[in-house]
Ligand binder design. Structure first.
Ligand code: PGA
Length: 251
């Protein structure tokens, strides 16, 4: 059975003075039986790694540079993340794709670089509202996934996590319905299954996009929804913990 996972994406939020309070409250209330992680801004990695070192809550970054080192002003490599004891890293978040112009090819390269350094990539895919309305959801997420499969090989997915995040649901309060999420998750799993059934069976697919305490249980009850990637609600300990509890109760 796939172990549920709840991942908090802080985005560009946090403050050195309040990070400890938030993380302390989360660690105290964390249920057993799930994997929980927080993805924090680069400057906080040292603080967060010290705070969480002896806890079950793991941490990672929100992106990385595919190149191992060199003249890439402002960038951070996989190896640098390893130095802060990150276990995983988000790759291809829709904000990276839309605001920073990351292409499928660049995202695939980041996925490969993360794995080469021993990090577990959390690969995000998802369609925009216009794409959904044009009936392109499956084609869009399939091609985002395919770019990574071509670069890394399908077996590489067994050391990764997939996150379906419809762009129209991120930060909008407009969550995908459980049925909408399930349909895309099942489709993604089937795409992998055609190539490698065993990999598909073990692959965790998280849902992200306005997951809150009051809708998490219904989403996580879906057969192919293995947890959540949580933005706004990951900044409020009570909300995040309620989502973690919902994940722990679904399996
Ligand atoms: P949200 O963000 O929960 O605030 O919608 C999700 C994400 O972007 O990962």
């Amino acid at each position: 059975m796939r172990k549920p996972m709840v991942a908090g994406n802080w985005k560009m939020h946090g403050h050195r003075a309040t990070n400890a309070t938030l993380l302390d409250a989360i660690v105290r209330g964390l249920p057993t039986g799930i994997d929980a992680a927080v993805y924090v801004p680069f400057p906080y990695l040292e603080q967060v790694s010290a705070l969480l070192a002896t806890t079950p809550l793991t941490w990672g970054a929100q992106t990385l540079q595919a190149a191992p080192s060199g003249a890439y002003t402002g960038e951070v490599s996989a190896q640098m993340l390893v130095e802060f004891a990150c276990r995983s890293v988000l790759v291809g978040h829709s904000e990276r794709r839309a605001l920073f112009g990351e292409t499928d090819a660049q995202i695939a390269a980041k996925f490969v670089a993360a794995q080469a350094a021993g990090l577990q990539p959390v690969l995000c895919v998802g369609e925009t509202l216009a794409q959904r309305e044009a009936g392109q959801t499956e084609a869009v997420v399939a091609s985002q996934l395919q770019a990574v499969i071509e670069a890394a090989g399908v077996e590489a997915l067994s050391h990764s996590v997939l996150a379906y995040e419809p762009v129209w649901a991120i930060g909008t309060g407009q969550t995908a319905s459980p049925a909408q999420a399930q349909a895309v998750h099942a489709f993604l799993r089937q795409q992998v299954s055609r190539l490698a059934p065993e990999v598909a069976l073990g692959l965790r697919i998280l849902y992200g996009g306005s997951v809150k305490a009051n809708n998490a249980a219904a989403l996580f009850a879906m057969a192919d929804v293995d947890g959540g990637l949580i933005g706004g609600a990951s900044l409020v300990a009570e909300e995040f913990l309620a989502i973690c509890a919902a994940a722990a109760h679904t399996r």
